[in-house]
Design a protein around this ligand. Sequence first.
Ligand SMILES: [Mn+2]
Length: 306
Amino acid sequence: MTTLRSVSLIGAPTDIGAGARGASMGPEALRVADLAAALQSHGVDVLDRGNLSGPSNPWLPPVDGYRHLNEVTAWNQTVHDAVYAELKTGRMPILLGGDHCLGLGSISAVARHCRDVGKKLRVLWLDAHADFNTSALTPSGNIHGMPVACLCGFGPQQLIEIGGKVPAISPKWVRQIGIRSVDAGEKRFVNEQELEVFDMRYIDEMGMRHTMELALATLDANTHLHVSFDVDFLDPDIAPGVGTTVPGGPTYREAQLCMEMIADTGFLASLDVMELNPALDLQNKTAKVAVDLIESLFGKSTLMRK
Ligand SMILES: [Mn+2]
């Protein structure tokens, strides 16, 4: 097992890239749901680094296809620096979002670290959405719909260069799971760039087990496995506390299996937990489910398995 057992929680309390306010309260909701204690109960050494800070949300309409581009850039630069510093110390960063535009800062830092140490990178993007929009394709201008495209080099210069290399990653390193809402132009672009997408139709037909076997295939001891977990990946029945619910997501059991199979690889090396929106939640239910699933990522099994 190469799983790092020392983790650092990094809060990024902002909804700067989202279409609804409230994800800025996500980090605190995860703490209230006892994330640190839950991880400690599995023998994980947990350090809570507290919250990063950045510009407040001015809530403005798009300019040239982007909402809040400068504020989004500032937040992502801060996230990048924090995640990169954490990886340098040898601890596993767990980014507590915050909206998913911050996946850009987080994963560009992970990619930079992988270049430094000569590791391959695999990114699992668990999400209802492909987050592969560009300013030309986006209906809303919300940058939380663009981080994967930005990581692959498609986006405004000030965002795509944050990790020190453009593009930060190749689409070939990404596996998207749970996708069920993609804008029309975005869909064409996803296909053009040959992103490997396991959408809900695929999971319905082939099952979560087969999906994860493929998504986790060809990993080896020299692979850094990053999981970017958008909580809207989950079916809204179990996770109503997100800004962009889409019906027909993975059930509790399917999500557990997904996380357990990731844990089984032993390669998980960094994690984002994004888009939790306590303003839309019911008595912190979604935060509790998220903590439960994160525990499974760290080896809690719901099965009687040795
Ligand atoms: Mn997302």
